[in-house]
Design a protein around this ligand. Structure first.
Ligand code: F6R
Length: 237
């Protein structure tokens, strides 16, 4: 595991954007696993700048997102599809039809989850998976549990996750209680993983994830078993 500690969020975002852009330069049709939330937001801004400067070309890139709130559709400004359009896809030359996010409005979550796993397999797996980490150590919406879940699945979000994510909503009551999340098999099958962590509040849990025992109670700890993980982090605030 390679750990790059930077001085602040700005630098974390720049380093992460360089890693992602380098991946796309090396393989123009890369399959990128993408995350939402505040951790990768700065990286997406940097990538938009790089695209506008002609430093990266997304025209052949395919993306698969980690997760989506159950019950929210693309037009809902809290959905992860909406987030991705707003923070990246609408500003670069990625082909929208090759950007995949689980369907939060599915009437048949079980079938949607199976189809999502099949899609990732059909794409030949993920070349670079971007991850953020929750305050409870979750990756995607793989919450602390007694066991690791392999495939895409419908998750009941932990109270602490609902609380943490309520900062993006008008009230806590509006935060969906369930989500569709990629499982740990797809995440760990990615050829490379880029974990972005920012903030003092996440420092201790990150240290446990990197140096402590591998346990489903701290889902990010499973990354210790992956041969090519880069953690870019900053803890200054
Ligand atoms: C989002 C996701 C989550 C977030 C995590 C951290 O697609 O998969 O695991 O990465 O909840 O969220 P932020 O970055 O907002 O602190």
């Amino acid at each position: 595991m390679k750990i790059i500690e930077t001085k602040n969020y700005q630098e974390t975002s720049l380093v992460a954007a360089d890693i992602l852009a380098e991946q796309v330069r090396k393989k123009e049709n890369s399959v990128l696993g993408l995350a939402t939330g505040s951790s990768p937001e700065g990286m997406y801004s940097e990538l938009i700048k790089m695209y506008k400067n002609g430093e990266v070309d997304f025209s052949k890139v395919i993306s698969v997102n980690l997760d989506e709130y159950f019950g929210l559709g693309p037009d809902n400004n809290q959905s992860y599809r909406y987030f991705m359009n707003k923070h990246l896809f609408d500003h670069v030359n990625i082909r929208k039809e090759y950007t995949y996010v689980p369907d939060g409005l599915t009437k048949n979550p079980e079938q949607e989850c199976k189809a999502y796993d099949q899609l990732i397999e059909d794409l030949g797996g993920i070349d670079l998976q971007v991850l953020g980490m929750g305050l409870n150590g979750h990756i995607g919406f793989n919450e602390p549990a007694d066991y690791f879940t392999a495939g895409t699945h419908l998750v009941c979000l932990e109270e602490s996750t609902i609380e943490a994510n309520s900062r993006f909503f008008a009230s806590k009551e509006e935060v969906p209680t369930k989500a569709l999340s990629m499982g740990l098999k797809s995440i760990l099958s990615a050829k490379k993983i880029l974990l972005i962590v920012h903030g003092k509040a996440k420092q201790e849990i990150l240290m446990k994830a990197i140096h402590g025992p591998v346990t489903p109670q701290l889902p990010a700890s499973i990354l210790q078993l992956h041969p090519n993980v880069t953690v870019v982090c900053s803890f200054n605030e």
